[in-house]
Design a protein around this ligand. Structure first.
Ligand code: FAD
Length: 379
């Protein structure tokens, strides 16, 4: 397994649960080497199914925040257009902090930290060779690339590279919002706040512990920051405030009080990305189907990880006579082929939905964004 994100860790957790050996190769030098990122909503029919297969659903239910499903939409003058709250007991899409999810999935797994994969070389019947930035290559029966958007495993099966969508996100955050900025805390509420203007939006999402992530999203050429020092927070803040000039002062407080700023141009793989099957190597998650970040990517990655692990465990336990010899490897290969077909069909559907969604959420007509919300969340 290359990559210890939601997809890779779910795969490893489920395989480990079934008693099978799995090696997780992760580039990060340690489990807390970088901030884990914002909150994730895990859907009842995808991420939560995966957690059930991993035996972790009760822990997720204890940690997740159903109230985080709340969604408020404002216009750029600050007027409330929609204010949706989940019904008591509603658990279709509860939120969980990425850090909490990662801790759950890590459990007692052994991860090889600081193992940056540089290249994966399918080797026919002799196993697949993994090359590292540091240390000698290693050979495996199956390499599963769950190494995200800029996967180093992907070139072993496909020449596809992510392309820029024309939409960029700049992310910032506010700490201890309830005490430090009670007015903004009230504005954001228990879940998410979305404000949509012409070709730009501001979205704020509450994480646990009074932490709020803010995403400024806008259409711009990839080099829009050519004359801006992205490492200078004050310069980035001023540039964003100029870009969102004229929006309600209450809303702009989210940018004014943001601490650090991270630049994230949105890239995607082609919708319906598939490849000619290669024995001994496959992909899942963003490595296979990077799409706009609209609530599906982690869910898909986790479901795929859980399904592939379960399919491998089932096929190898029903063909114990095959062992790990040629017949066993052929069985493994057939299982991976079937998994790929299922993954491709489902991911293509979501890639279409999220690509169309991004077009409408960052569009010349802000009413489109409200229409998207009404389709997803009819009251
Ligand atoms: C702002 C934002 C909000 C989002 N919200 C949601 C949401 O609410 N719900 C949802 O379903 N999805 C959401 N997504 C999408 C989701 O984050 C991704 O789709 C998901 O993280 C993909 O999981 P993954 O395991 O495939 O890859 P990743 O999470 O990218 O993990 C890849 C792992 O591989 C490691 N790695 C990379 N390269 C190498 C290498 N060469 N060698 C070894 N290791 C390597 C990385 O360090 C990382 O740990 C959001 C995304 C963004 C940006």
């Amino acid at each position: 397994m290359v990559g210890g994100g939601p997809g890779g860790l779910t795969f490893a957790h489920v395989l480990h649960r079934h008693g099978y050996p799995v090696t997780v190769l992760e580039r990060d030098p340690s489990r807390d080497a970088r901030p884990p990122g914002g909150t994730l909503d895990l859907q009842e029919k995808m991420g939560q199914v995966a957690l059930d297969k991993a035996g972790l659903l009760p822990w997720f239910q204890a940690l997740s925040r159903p109230e985080g499903q709340a969604m408020r939409i404002l216009d750029t003058d600050g007027a409330v257009l929609r204010d949706w709250r989940p019904r008591p007991g509603e658990r279709a899409n509860p939120e969980i902090d990425r850090g909490q999810l990662r801790e759950l999935l890590l459990g007692s797994l052994e991860v090889q930290w600081g193992r940056e994969v540089t290249r994966v070389e399918p080797g026919g019947g002799d196993g697949t060779v993994v090359h590292f930035a540091d240390g000698p290559p290693q050979r495996f029966d199956l390499v599963v690339g769950a190494d995200g958007a800029w996967s180093r495993t992907r070139p072993a099966v496909s020449p596809a590279r992510p392309h820029y969508t024309g939409v960029t996100t700049v992310e910032t955050s506010l700490d201890d919002i309830d005490t430090a900025h009670p007015g903004l805390a009230e504005l954001v509420g228990e879940g998410s706040l979305g404000v949509y203007g012409v070709n730009r939006s501001l979205v704020a999402q509450r994480n646990s512990g009074g932490h709020v992530k803010v995403y400024a999203r806008f259409r711009a050429p990839l080099d829009w920051h050519a004359h801006l020092d992205l490492a200078d927070p004050e310069a980035v803040r001023s540039s964003l405030l100029a870009m969102f000039d004229g929006w309600a002062d209450s809303v702009l407080g989210l940018l004014r009080h943001g601490t650090a700023f991270a630049h994230r141009p949105l890239h995607v793989l082609p919708v319906s990305h598939t490849w000619t099957h290669v024995a001994g190597v496959t992909l899942l998650g963003d490595a296979a189907h990077l799409m706009p970040p609209l609530g599906a990517g982690a869910n898909l990655a986790m479901l795929e990880g859980a399904e592939l692990a379960e399919a491998i465990a089932t096929s190898t336990s029903t063909s114990t006579s095959s062992g790990t010899g040629a017949a066993g490897l052929a069985e493994l290969d057939a299982t991976v082929r079937a998994f790929e077909e299922t993954m491709w069909a489902r991911a293509a559907k979501w890639a279409q939905i999220t690509s169309a969604g991004l077009e409408r959420l960052v569009s010349p007509d802000p009413a489109e964004a409200v229409a998207v919300f009404d389709e997803v969340q009819p009251s």
